[in-house]
Design a protein around this ligand. Structure first.
Ligand code: GDP
Ligand code: GDP
Length: 436
């Protein structure tokens, strides 16, 4: 099920970033601990009372050297398009300004629910000052303080109450949804065309055009697929749509709807920092991943070419060590037939369930090969393991003390599980839990 999206808008300096970081809490810094993975600050997951939602800080979407007013208008439009609920942030220390009124005007015209928050109300004596904000026309202003973390609970209660009821959207489990991500010019559009024009591919219909992507249904060899194409959607005239951060936002939404994400790399130019960042998004989302090295026609073909490129990819993307690598050319169509079988395999592994007794045999063998770690004289005891979820496959290992499960031992167990069951193309998650 898709989670709700909340956007924070307001003129500069009202405290959007401060509130964003507060609401997202520690999650961001946890993510940044993963080597090679950095999350873009404008978009993050937050949680309130068992409801998770996605938060956008529109202030993080910088739009070139445009005048302030145009920037604010564009940012408000991002919020209106992307969000289910908008937090309109004002500054209690400055009162209503002309710029607030500008933002308010744009928000009126949208049909999105808006919650008005007045920031920098750092102590209760200042509460008197919030009444003037009724004049903005969005009902009761919520006094908050980003620096002191005050009033955020009440604000979130109001926000969560406005989330749309979501029907459980029916998803056909047999259809593999996949998307292509990669920096501009790696060949995403070319590859979409090459896939859809492949032999024996039958395009049935355009399943839908969302604001961000075109979904096309097709089948090949009795398998059904939906390709989620964001590349064809760019440059429709809005300023913000051509900004890099907005294209990241769009890619993240495509990833969210995918079973398998194809991460494209340009063989001609090689791997750059931006590629790692984009690949990191796919990994973090827990999706199956296939690495596609495109423009293989530009590489001088010799016996070691693939081996050399593979070493290079593995060195740059250690966090994607489970992803198969496909070398092809969208332009000449060379090796293009190798792509879909890898997509199918990654998807099958992403949804694979293993039997509990076989899993436990593997774990017991693993314990015999490599004794569990100790800490302060206490040894980790592994009692029992079970698979609790798919997409991605997720395992819970019941132990005496979860703290004794060292990262490297978890990694060892993961490798043993992979060796036994072959989870190529999918991340797997392992949680140590205390047996109660
Ligand atoms: P943005 O431009 O809207 O993203 O605003 P920032 O989050 O960058 O905040 C602008 C300034 O306001 C920074 O100096 C913050 O430290 C300060 N600020 C943010 N929230 C509060 C608050 O609740 N109280 C006070 N006194 N200052 C705050
Ligand atoms: P996108 O921005 O990722 O959608 O990239 P495009 O599909 O628009 O391709 C960018 C450029 O790379 C275009 O000039 C394509 O013709 C070229 N290109 C795409 N795939 C290949 C390929 O396999 N080999 C070569 N030599 N060029 C390619």
């Amino acid at each position: 099920m898709r989670s709700s999206v909340v956007a924070i808008v307001g003129r500069p300096n009202v405290g959007k970033s401060t509130i964003f970081n507060r609401l997202v809490g520690e999650r961001i810094s946890i993510v940044e601990d993963v080597p090679g993975v950095t999350r873009d600050r404008i978009y993050a997951e937050a949680e309130w009372l068992n409801t998770t939602f996605r938060l956008i800080d529109t202030g993080g979407i910088e739009i070139g050297d445009e005048p302030l007013l145009i920037q604010m208008r564009e940012q408000a439009e991002v919020a209106i398009r992307e969000a289910d609920v908008i937090i309109f942030l004002a500054n209690g220390r400055e009162g209503i300004t002309a710029a607030d009124e500008e933002v308010a005007k744009i928000l009126y015209k949208s049909n999105k629910p808006v919650v008005l928050a007045v920031n920098k109300v750092d102590n209760p004596d200042m509460r008197e000052q919030i009444y003037e904000f009724y004049a903005l026309g969005f009902g009761e202003p919520h006094p908050i303080s980003g620096t002191h973390g005050l009033g955020l609970g009440d604000l979130l209660d109001s926000v969560v109450n406005l989330f749309p009821e979501r029907e459980n959207e029916p998803v056909d489990e047999d259809v593999i949804h996949f998307s292509l991500i990669g920096r501009p010019n790696v060949g995403k559009s070319s590859l979409v065309n090459a896939i859809l024009n492949e032999e024996r591919v039958i395009v049935s219909d355009i399943a839908g055009t969302t604001r961000d992507a075109i979904d096309t249904n097709f089948s090949k060899d009795d398998r059904d697929f939906v390709i989620i194409d964001t590349a064809g959607m760019r440059k429709r005239g809005k300023i913000y749509e051509t900004t890099e951060k907005y294209s990241i936002l769009r890619a993240l939404k495509a990833i969210e709807r995918s079973d398998v994400v194809l991460t494209l790399i340009d063989a001609e130019t090689g791997i750059i920092e931006q590629d790692k960042k984009i690949a990191g998004y796919a990994h973090e989302a827990g999706k199956a991943v296939v690495i596609v090295v495109n423009k293989w026609d530009t590489i001088e073909q010799h016996d070691q070419a693939i081996k050399e490129f593979e070493d290079n990819v593995r060195a740059h993307f250690p966090f994607l060590d489970y992803a198969p690598i496909v070398y092809l050319s969208a332009k000449t169509k060379k090796r293009i037939h190798t792509l879909l079988p890898n997509v199918v395999q990654a998807s099958e592994n992403h949804t694979k369930r293993v039997e509990t007794n076989v899993l436990n045999d593997v774990i017991m063998d693993a314990l015999a090969i490599n004794p569990t770690p100790t800490k302060h004289g206490k040894r980790l005891k592994v009692l029992y393991a079970t698979q609790v979820a798919v997409k991605p496959p997720t395992f819970v290992v019941f132990v005496n003390e979860p703290e004794l499960m060292h990262f490297s031992y978890e990694r060892f167990l993961e490798n043993q599980i992979r060796e036994a069951f072959g989870f190529e193309g999918t991340p797997i998650k392992i949680y140590a839990r205390k047996r109660s």
